[in-house]
Design a protein around this ligand. Structure first.
Ligand code: ADP
Ligand code: MG
Length: 636
């Protein structure tokens, strides 16, 4: 996740010294490879002149796998041996892959696989494998076949071996997914110079091309995922100020809606085979892409038994179906802006990335949100690969004079501590630039408390139970002190690689305890998406839950203190006043643990009003008591 790279200005090396480095966009749907030639980034084409390599691999029992267009064409014919969208399973367990509802044959036991291809992360227990005619394969192996194809394309185009590659990953990829991507590249014989976040790559391509300055948004709608990032570009510094997105939202989801409509429209669709359903999805996608230019089209395909299916679809119908999905992307964008403390009008330009941003209604909706037409002058399919190529060129040492820039990245989820009542105290908010360190002081709540347990959590919710627990540790050996006297400073530190360290130190004695945790380890990007989505849905509910708990605590304390005061100074009230206080007290006591925030709040305020005069008289009495029997000179 981490990206902190400071480059020094340098001279442009002579052409014969140039080291060949490439940028690779390893996409869910399509992959590309690009390089920098004569200071200009360009995408490398295959022997037929095509830039996009579909991220599809078809496996056989007796021959080498085929990758790309030919594999994609076999999707319906040989669905279980033709793997598409394998990126969705990178770094995932079998359970997670099964839960995704995908139709592949998943196996958990380490299978036959390709001998000698086990690498750390790839063959770890629990890692998903896909059963194919070629054996049981991990997503890492499938991805490596795609990468190997891009590598040979690049070597053919450049005429030499590569020194290394920058490979892009979604900003939301966790450690396991990033590690899996690295492993795939290693398997493909590539030296990984760096993993680079896709939106950052897009901003680099756009920003360097246009000498852009100011705040830019990158809106990336691909085949299977949606990502939005807000970046600040100043004098060659690319600072990511906020990221957001949805790892389960992309062109595929639009296709699923179209497919749904077709199955509802055609009699007998319940009996369609796996082949038929896959053919329908392929047809839905083709129809949707045509609707970017045409006003109407046919979703047409053939069933396995030869029957032709043709269902008309207009652009208007598609746009109505797509509206809720597009709205979800806009919500993510608004949220990222809020996190960055920015208004849509602060954004100088919106860079469109991903094939699905060719959809006119998507462009319109994004244009309306930001009050300006989005930037589409760079090919949305290529922009990520071009940015990766620029970064690769720099890391390989081919930097030209004046080409120095800096990347800063952020943490995707907030980090905090559990406090009393199961509430979360946020220490480092989501989207803080890394590396980052923050400290906060806590104290003991019991007299003579000798230890304090520290529970580190990650997530956006107010309640610990709704966040992910990262680590627990204890600070022991706190010397006996009265409650509230100890000063325990807890420091959170996230380094440039995204690793979190937590230290707790009692300030007066110097007693210390610490723990290192990997914040995103084992957190799938679905987890992240779900946690973020929940926090949006639940923000109101959470705020109410917090207020209710606070009110309940206040009600309890007030009831206790009024009771104690009545026992001591009850004589200060006449019968009428006493009845009034008793009534308010009984009311507060009966509702104080209830779930109705308004009721608790009303009872608390009624009780404090009813006891206002009583409190004032008690104050008078205690002052008189304190003064009585003293001489005047003692008081001066
Ligand atoms: P990924 O990043 O997931 O590899 P891409 O950026 O390659 O994805 O985008 C693939 C998606 O773009 C697919 O869903 C595809 O249908 C969609 N797409 C490609 N061309 C068009 C088009 N002309 N109109 C609408 N969608 C398109
Ligand atoms: Mg992409």
């Amino acid at each position: 996740m981490a990206l902190l790279q400071i480059s020094e200005p340098g001279e442009s090396p002579a052409p014969h010294q140039r080291k060949l480095a490439v940028g690779i966009d390893l996409g869910t749907t399509n992959s590309l490879v690009a390089t920098v030639r004569s200071s200009v980034p360009e995408v490398l084409l295959d022997e037929s002149g095509r830039a996009l390599l579909p991220s599809a691999v078809r496996y056989f029992s007796d021959r080498q796998p085929i990758v790309g267009h030919d594999a994609l064409g076999a999707q319906a014919e040989d669905p279980s041996n033709t793997i598409v969208s394998v990126k969705r399973f990178m770094g995932r367990t079998t359970e997670e892959a099964r839960a995704s509802g995908s139709a592949y044959d998943f196996v958990d036991a380490p299978g036959v696989g390709t001998p000698g291809t086990e690498t750390s992360g790839a063959g770890a227990s629990g890692t998903v494998r896909l059963r194919t005619a070629h054996g049981d394969l991990t997503p890492v192996e499938v991805s490596s076949h795609i990468l190997a194809r891009l590598r040979s394309r690049a070597e053919a185009a450049l005429g030499d071996e590569l020194v290394g590659a920058v490979i892009t990953v979604p900003a939301y990829f966790d450690d396991a997914q990033r590690q899996a991507t690295r492993d795939a590249a290693r398997l493909a014989g590539l030296n990984v110079l760096r993993l680079l976040n896709e939106p950052t790559a897009a901003a680099i391509a756009y920003g360097l091309e246009n000498a852009a300055e100011g705040v830019y948004a990158v809106y990336d709608l691909g085949g299977g995922t949606f990502d939005v990032s807000i970046l600040r570009l100043t004098k060659g510094v690319f600072e990511v100020v906020a990221t957001g997105g949805d790892t389960a939202l992309g062109g595929d989801d639009f296709d699923a809606l179209i497919a749904q409509r077709v199955t509802e429209a055609v009699a007998g669709s319940a009996g369609w085979s796996r082949h038929d359903r896959r053919a329908l999805l392929v047809a839905a996608r083709a129809a949707r892409e045509r609707l970017s230019d045409a006003d109407e089209t046919l979703v047409s395909f053939q069933l396995q038994d030869g029957t032709a299916v043709d269902v008309p679809l207009t652009r208007g119908q598609f746009e109505t179906m797509a509206a809720p999905l597009i709205e979800r992307t806009l919500d993510c964008a608004r949220r990222a802006l809020r996190d960055a403390n920015l208004q849509p009008a602060d954004v100088r330009g919106v860079v469109m990335v991903g094939g699905a941003t060719r959809t006119p209604v998507v462009r319109r909706a994004v244009g309306e949100l930001f009050g300006q037409p989005p930037l589409t002058d760079l090919d949305p399919d290529q922009v990520v690969a071009l940015g990766a190529a620029l970064q690769a060129n720099l890391l390989a040492g081919n930097r030209m004079a004046g080409e120095d820039w800096l990347l800063l990245d952020v943490i995707p989820l907030s980090l905090g501590l559990e406090t009393m009542g199961g509430l979360v105290e946020r220490i480092i908010p989501r989207n803080s630039t890394i590396p980052v360190a923050r400290a906060q002081e806590f104290t003991t709540f019991k007299d003579g408390q000798g230890a304090m347990s520290i529970h580190v959590v990650q997530g956006e919710r107010e309640l610990v139970s709704a966040c992910r627990s990262l680590a627990r540790f204890e600070l022991r050996g706190i010397p006996p002190m009265v409650a509230g006297a100890a000063r325990i400073r807890v420091t959170f530190q996230v380094d440039a690689d995204g690793l979190l360290g937590v230290t707790a130190r009692e300030q007066t004695t110097g007693v210390e305890a610490s723990v290192t945790v990997k914040p995103s380890y084992g957190l799938s990007d679905d987890d992240i998406t779900r946690m973020l989505a929940d926090s949006i849905d639940q923000a109101d509910a959470d705020a109410r839950a917090r207020m209710l708990r606070e009110q309940q605590v206040e009600a309890r304390q007030l009831v206790e203190s009024v009771r104690a005061a009545l026992a001591v100074d009850g004589d200060l009230l006449d019968d009428g006043e006493r009845a009034h206080v008793d009534e308010a007290l009984a009311r507060a006591d009966s509702v104080r643990d209830g779930d109705d925030l308004e009721q608790v709040r009303a009872a608390v305020s009624a009780l404090s009003e009813a006891t206002d005069a009583f409190a004032a008289r008690r104050m008078d009495r205690s002052i008189r008591k304190a003064l009585s029997g003293r001489k005047l000179d003692e008081l001066s």
